[in-house]
Design a protein around this ligand. Structure first.
Ligand code: ZN
Length: 486
């Protein structure tokens, strides 16, 4: 892959200069005025973020105050947390003891489903209003939950701030290339959405179905409109970037390309950067917990928005685990409608102790290392890093014979590789490939682990427009469904 880090560094330096240049964007004051009327929480939160951005002590202060308030609210307003928090000693007779935070039992999707109303707050502080929301549920049942306007304001503010750290100020052009049908309908239909998109200077492109003419239409739109930033579903922009690289199509280079929707593997980021000559930025969030973390242009890890979230990385024993691949447990500090405390979201990440070169106080996640459903197990019960399978996938997809591939594990130790061949390619041509892949897979799965190949007409996207490259069925049962990322 002819990725040139020096060229990219030079591009990043140029972007940083551009950000420092005076802002001549008429939309920014107008958006601020409109937000002040319609959504004052956003501006309030932006002020909070700016006040703690450069001070770890101030950031920690806001974090702890908000965490303490959340625990007290959950204890006083929900039946479930009254019981749980009293039992573990995190709140006793209305007194919060943050030292006992790690004794609070984790929240799981099963608990959310079974406890339902017992997790919903009986009343909210003045000025808060609750809204119903739900996760995508591309397989299995969706998870339903309540969120409030202050939480939403915090999410918008955090995202606005994250975008500003990658070179896109409020009001500058952004193009959202997104997969989910629901999001697309919500985002592009109705006068309110249209007005909002006009103010935010945002255009949409859908990428849940990408035949060649759709890819070309997206590239044309980017070139005509020249957005400052692309905000993309990983799988959609990955397909567009591969197409650009394959055909050598000239394309507008935005200040940054923010990627969400799924784990961004290094070779995907490289293909996207090669296509657009722009830095690929990894962002992390979801419907249930909002905008959690995002890289800045220095890309020294994903800055966690700890003013609004507590993010823990936990080992198999449920205790904190630093600087190693671990499961994430997330507490959104600002949602009072239905508090989520230590929520096992089903994602994996690596907590870092290093500071990013930008000097921002927000701690960082080194990397997001995949969803739990992407961690396959060999016959000895060992867990294999999804990156291993994704390297094999990358090799296969760079070959003109294979169009799509997907690893599926129905039972531990066994693997099925679903393949869709390019039109005109034969199974005979694919044979040497399959032999190599089988050998590579046997290295981690063990010689006795069966490796099957299935040739399919197509592998459809999930209902939320995602392409799952790796699926472990047992994990799907355990976590219930693949949550819609955004
Ligand atoms: Zn940074």
């Amino acid at each position: 892959m002819s990725h040139n880090p020096q060229l990219l560094d030079a591009t990043v330096a140029l972007r940083l200069e551009r950000i420092a240049a005076p802002d001549r964007n008429w939309r920014k004051p107008m958006i601020r005025a409109a937000l002040g009327l319609a959504n004052p929480e956003v501006l309030r939160e932006l002020e909070v973020i700016q006040s703690v951005e450069r001070s770890a002590a101030k950031l920690q202060g806001v974090h702890e105050t908000r965490l303490e308030r959340l625990l007290h609210h959950a204890w006083s307003q929900t039946d479930y947390y009254r019981e749980i928090l009293e039992a573990c000693g995190a709140v006793r007779s209305g007194q919060v003891n943050l030292d006992r935070f790690e004794d609070i039992p984790f929240l799981t999707k099963d608990i959310i489903r079974s406890q339902g109303e017992r997790l919903v707050a009986r009343s909210l502080p003045a000025g808060r209003k609750a809204y119903k929301n739900q996760s995508g549920g591309s397989t299995g049942q969706p998870v339903r939950f309540w969120q409030d306007n202050v939480y939403w304001g915090t999410t918008i503010a955090t995202r606005t701030y994250h975008f500003s750290t990658v070179g896109k100020e409020m009001g500058q052009r952004e193009m959202k290339i997104w997969g989910s049908e629901v999001d697309l309908l919500k985002g592009s239909i109705g006068w309110k959405a249209k007005l909002e998109n006009f103010f935010y200077n945002r255009k949409f492109e859908q990428c849940w179905h990408l035949p060649e003419e759709r890819i070309l239409a997206i590239i044309r739109h980017i070139n005509e409109w020249q957005p400052q930033m692309l905000w993309c579903y990983r799988d959609g922009i990955d397909a567009v970037a591969r197409y650009i690289n394959e055909h050598g199509i000239p394309v507008h280079s935005p200040a940054s390309i923010v990627l969400g929707g799924a784990t961004v593997y290094p070779f995907m980021a490289q293909a996207i950067e090669r296509a657009f000559k722009s830095p690929a930025i990894s962002a992390y969030g979801s419907r249930e917990v909002g905008a959690v973390a995002c890289q800045c242009l220095h890309r020294g890890g994903l800055h966690i928005a700890t003013q609004a979230h507590r993010v823990e990385t936990i080992g198999p024993d449920g205790r904190p685990l630093m600087e190693a691949d671990a499961e994430l447990a997330i507490t959104p500090l600002m949602n009072y409608a239905m508090p989520f405390i230590r929520y096992r979201i089903g994602d994996r990440g690596r907590m870092s102790r290093k500071d990013c070169a930008c000097g921002r106080a927000f701690p960082t996640l080194d990397a997001l290392t995949g969803r739990l459903v992407e961690v396959l197990h060999n016959s000895k019960g060992e867990q294999i890093d999804p990156l291993f399978f994704m390297w094999i996938m990358d090799e296969m997809l760079n070959d003109p014979i294979v169009k799509k591939g997907q690893f599926v594990q129905e039972e531990d130790g066994a693997i099925t590789l679903n393949l869709v061949l390019e039109p005109g390619a034969s199974m005979l041509q694919a044979q040497p490939h399959m032999d190599k892949v089988r050998q590579a897979l046997m290295l981690v799965m063990g010689p006795e682990g069966p490796v099957r190949f299935a040739f399919l007409e197509d592998i459809p996207l999930s209902a939320s427009g995602k392409f799952p490259y790796i699926v472990r069925r047992q994990s799907l049962d355990a976590t219930g469904d693949i949550i819609q990322r955004n």
